[in-house]
Ligand binder design. Structure first.
Ligand SMILES: *[C@@H]1O[C@H](CO)[C@@H](O)[C@H](O)[C@H]1NC(C)=O
Ligand SMILES: *[C@@H]1O[C@H](CO)[C@@H](O)[C@H](O)[C@H]1NC(C)=O
Ligand SMILES: *[C@@H]1O[C@H](CO)[C@@H](O)[C@H](O)[C@H]1NC(C)=O
Ligand SMILES: *[C@@H]1O[C@H](CO)[C@@H](O)[C@H](O)[C@H]1NC(C)=O
Ligand SMILES: *[C@@H]1O[C@H](CO)[C@@H](O)[C@H](O)[C@H]1NC(C)=O
Ligand SMILES: *[C@@H]1O[C@H](CO)[C@@H](O)[C@H](O)[C@H]1NC(C)=O
Ligand SMILES: *[C@@H]1O[C@H](CO)[C@@H](O)[C@H](O)[C@H]1NC(C)=O
Ligand SMILES: *[C@@H]1O[C@H](CO)[C@@H](O)[C@H](O)[C@H]1NC(C)=O
Length: 835
């Protein structure tokens, strides 16, 4: 098998590397009597990094750079003379008689370190395994100068960003001019030290993105920058320095951040086994991430209704009503005319879960608590808002603003509460609303109590009657409403909204009903088993068929939390999602009740020799589109933004008309919290469908779902399982096989023979290409579901796919590869939350 070749290949590569070493006269130090010429190589001790002269692609200019020594494609991470290239190969880097590091070409000094050195003959330059080029005073081992103090476009572990207050040195990233030119480009990524420190990305002098201020736990609004299982973030704000750095949790997983010449800010990990970098995260780019999207004194909320993300803060109105109604929020908001917020009964309204306003103008007082902060802010009529400066350990410190509030946005997670000053009238209105809601809630609670009491009275009498008359009646009552709701389905479009609300009312089933419906979870009723529990077919006494998902007992979520999540998920309504009818929570048991779909799952068709032919190409294409629409709804159209995490053929159910319905969506939310936090938890998914970054690092994003969709797409076209072994396949999995055929222009060979492909060759080929685009190695290269749907529905030219990831086998850890379709569980320690 091909996979047996891998160790041999690796061995040959290393052999080559060792053979090359003497040729390039590589060392790890430059000494005064040993100048470093073009063609030489400086390699760090453990040979993770190399330093040498290089030319960017399409360029003949020579630069000195540091690159990863262990990956195939030369990836330069630091450049010494980025703005002073040498136009031929006569450059020499040496230590001159004053002890400084000097790059010269003949007699021309191109670049030098300008440090004053007392003892002349004792300096050496060395490339460390961190990627840092250092000039060392040999006798005292003191670092005189280091490359890490002059970053280019890549941030390494232990490389500090920020200001050294003693020397005035400010370290920040700047992009290359272009991939062909390492010169100082227009994008920079800096730690802003005025007010409360925050990070920002700018183009020229214009800010384009910022994180919130450091709040004791991390920079607000970038959950990806919180400490994870890969890296740790550290922050200092002392008299000596204001700076941050990240360090590796386990140095065997190397990670770095790069600011691209196009302004893309991305985190990579180094996959040394496969000699490549893997992009695992990029600064998110929804509209509200754009700095100052909604102008001053407004809040940007991508989840806001009405299709417009900007809303004025309480007490403010749009500066230009006209622009606002044209959905242009850039003018921002101004105080409503005639409001008095100075010593006239004003107060504060809380806006929950936001990125605090631009903190570069904020006033910081660490010694106040939130109560003191409020007092202080109230006393100063110019104070517009305040929040906690440090949220770790319950909140301490005070941040307050005295001018326009810029760049506030609602965050899906990790946001902070901001308190905004409003006048007495608005304050009173707000109070009234609150008490109204409170009262209303009391009334609702009372009413519910009374109804509940009556129902329990009635049902207990039913119970007694049932005892006498035998089983079967009880379910009817709890199901009356559902059938009514279903009848509502036939009402006109105008009522759809109300109807979906009625539908989304969640049913709570009695355990006894579920037990009766499933024959006490009998083996004959069992439909299948997944990572989250078993599924049983059930028959309610009113004749309705249901599917019951009995969650494994160790999901560990609290009952209230579980109810809330289920209620939210029940609100998701889409033609391509399985409908959740209700749930049952009793004692240890947590169950989800779904509509039952008689045609079972997609895998029972496409992988079955007898049933394959029932799915002609046009039908398969419709199924592909349906699945894509369902995922898109989960990713972006629904308000919850769900990442499925376990898309696979057996999770796609087919209804009577062969319309695909995604099941198990929302599972990630229901059980995910427990399984993706903490220290000894699990990554849930199925090998073969898991993207490399998810399988190896436990990182998931909408792009990991795109990966799984790509695998599914290839499976539907070829009728082969990704992970099963086929005699004719030279590769260890389907993705690899399709890729090799694709490169030989023979991709149509692998299409399911039961398809009449000649009629649709173009369409089939196009779908194969889309599938390959979805399984590309780097998450950033993969299209979003929106793009996928666009590609499926149009005849636009598609980009050529890059090499896919082949991680499935290497991650198998000897597990039996015939366990296809069954969820495998991999023990990985992660602490990152879903986005
Ligand atoms: C190199 O330059 C040529 C001509 O300017 C251009 O056609 C080609 O695309 C460039 N190659 C790369 C890799 O940028
Ligand atoms: C290289 O640059 C030097 C000045 O830096 C100049 O004198 C020389 O003519 C250039 N050589 C070429 C081949 O362009
Ligand atoms: C060493 O290099 C520095 C920087 O270019 C220069 O100022 C100094 O004169 C040089 N010393 C000698 C002896 O060339
Ligand atoms: C080198 O440093 C000295 C003092 O530290 C300074 O006066 C001089 O201007 C610097 N030279 C250059 C070229 O930066
Ligand atoms: C140079 O180094 C040698 C050996 O370390 C030492 O004996 C000598 O004094 C040094 N010379 C100067 C000028 O510092
Ligand atoms: C935040 O508060 C915690 C606990 O009181 C403290 O340990 C930490 O140093 C504080 N962080 C900052 C940045 O003030
Ligand atoms: C670091 O990772 C390696 C390989 O994944 C593992 O063998 C080692 O135990 C880890 N070390 C620590 C301290 O976790
Ligand atoms: C912080 O607030 C306290 C109490 O109001 C005050 O005494 C102190 O001067 C303030 N510190 C700063 C730096 O403003």
């Amino acid at each position: 098998m091909k996979s047996d070749m891998r160790p041999l290949n690796m061995f040959l590569q290393f052999l080559l590397l060792f053979l090359m070493l003497p040729l390039c006269s590589s060392t790890d130090t430059i000494t005064p009597n040993q100048p470093f010429r073009d063609g030489d190589l400086l390699v760090s001790k453990q040979s993770r990094f190399a330093l040498g002269f290089f030319s960017p692609r399409n360029s003949t200019l020579r630069y000195i750079g540091v690159w990863y020594n262990t990956i195939r494609e030369q990836t330069v991470v630091w450049v010494l003379n980025r703005d002073h290239p040498i136009n031929d190969t006569s450059g020499v880097l040496s230590i001159n008689t004053s002890g400084n590091l000097l790059l010269h070409r003949g007699n021309t000094h191109v670049w030098f370190t300008n440090v004053s050195i007392s003892s002349v003959n004792a300096t050496v330059a060395q490339l460390l395994d961190t990627g840092n080029l250092v000039l060392i005073q040999n006798d005292v081992k003191g670092v005189l100068w280091q490359g890490f103090d002059h970053p280019t476009d890549t941030l390494f572990p232990h490389m500090k960003l920020g200001l050294d207050r003693r020397t005035g040195l400010n370290r920040f990233l700047t992009s290359w001019k272009s991939p062909e030119d390492p010169g100082t480009g227009e994008y920079s990524f800096k730690l802003d030290v005025s007010g409360s420190p925050q990070l920002f990305l700018s183009m020229g002098s214009e800010w384009i993105w910022r994180t919130g201020p450091w709040n004791g736990l991390g920079f607000v609004g970038v959950p990806e920058m919180l400490t994870t299982f890969i890296f740790d973030i550290r922050f200092w704000n002392t008299v000596d320095e204001v700076s941050m750095e990240f360090t590796l949790v386990n140095s065997s997983t190397f990670s770095s951040i790069k600011l691209g010449s196009d302004g893309l800010y991305q985190r990579y990990t180094l996959d040394e086994r496969n000699h490549q970098l893997v992009a695992i995260w990029s600064a998110s780019r929804d509209p509200c991430d754009n700095y100052d999207r909604c102008g001053p004194n407004s809040n940007c909320d991508v989840y806001a209704g009405a299709g417009f993300e900007c809303t004025c803060l309480a007490g403010f109105e749009p500066k230009s009503q006209r622009d606002w109604s044209l959905r242009d929020g850039s003018g921002g908001c101004v105080r409503i005319q005639g409001t008095n917020t100075c010593r006239s009964g004003e107060g504060f309204i809380k806006i929950a879960g936001v990125k605090p306003p631009d903190a570069s103008t904020a006033r910081v007082n660490e010694s106040l608590n939130l109560e003191g902060c409020k007092k202080e802010c109230l006393n100063d009529c110019n104070c517009r808002a305040y929040t906690s400066a440090n949220v770790s350990a319950g909140g301490s410190g005070c941040l307050s603003w005295y001018g326009d509030l810029m760049d506030i946005r609602t965050l899906a997670q990790g946001g902070q509460d901001l308190f905004v000053r409003v006048d007495a009238i608005i304050l009173a209105e707000n109070e009234r609303k609150k008490t109204f809601f409170h009262k209303k809630r009391m009334i609702v609670v009372l009413a519910v109590g009374v109804v509940f009491f009556m129902i329990s009275m009635i049902s207990s009498s039913w119970w007694i009657m049932k005892k006498r008359k035998g089983k079967g009646r009880q379910c009817k009552m709890s199901f009356n409403m559902s059938s009514k709701a279903r009848r509502l389905n036939h009402y006109s479009k105008a009522k759809e909204l109300d109807e979906s609300r009625a539908n989304s009312k969640l049913q709570f089933f009695d355990l006894s009903i579920v037990i009766a419906a499933t024959n006490n979870f009998s083996f004959t009723n069992k439909l299948g088993r997944g990572g989250f529990g078993s599924v049983y077919k059930g028959l309610l006494s009113n004749g309705q068929e249901i599917a019951v998902k009995r969650l494994s007992k160790d999901s560990g979520q609290g009952v209230e939390e579980f109810k809330n999540e289920v209620t939210l998920i029940a609100k998701l309504q889409h033609k391509n999602l399985v409908k959740l009818l209700g749930c049952c929570i009793e004692e240890e048991e947590k169950m989800l009740i779904y509509e039952y779909l008689p045609n079972k799952s997609l895998d029972s068709f496409i992988f079955d020799e007898a049933k394959k032919s029932m799915l002609a190409w046009t039908k398969r294409f419709e199924i592909i589109i349906g699945i894509a629409r369902g995922i898109l709804y989960l990713h972006q159209d629904s308000r919850l933004r769900i990442i499925h995490r376990d898309l696979k053929a057996s999770n796609i159910l087919l209804d009577i008309d062969m319309i695909p319905k995604i099941s198990d969506f929302g599972m990630a939310r229901l059980v995910g919290k427990n399984q993706i936090e903490g220290s000894t938890n699990r990554v849930v998914g199925t090998y073969g469908y898991m993207s490399p970054e998810y399988a190896m690092e436990g990182l998931f994003s909408i792009k990991s779902d795109v990966y799984s969709f790509g695998v599914l797409l290839l499976e539907i076209i070829t009728g082969r399982r990704n992970t099963a072994y086929y005699d004719d396949s030279p590769s260890f999995n389907l993705v690899g096989y399709v890729w090799s055929l694709w490169r030989e222009d023979k991709a149509l060979d692998i299409v399911d023979p039961s398809l009449e492909k000649s009629n649709h060759a173009n369409e089939v080929l196009r779908c194969l290409q889309i599938g390959l685009l979805c399984v590309q190695e780097f998450a950033i290269d993969r299209p979003t579901m929106l793009t996928v749907i666009f590609m499926l529905g149009n005849n636009s030219t598609l980009p050529p796919p890059n090499q896919p990831a082949f991680v499935m086998k290497t991650c198998h850890n000897g597990a039996n590869s015939s366990s296809v379709g069954v969820n495998s569980v991999n023990e990985v320690t992660i602490t990152m939350d879903a986005r």
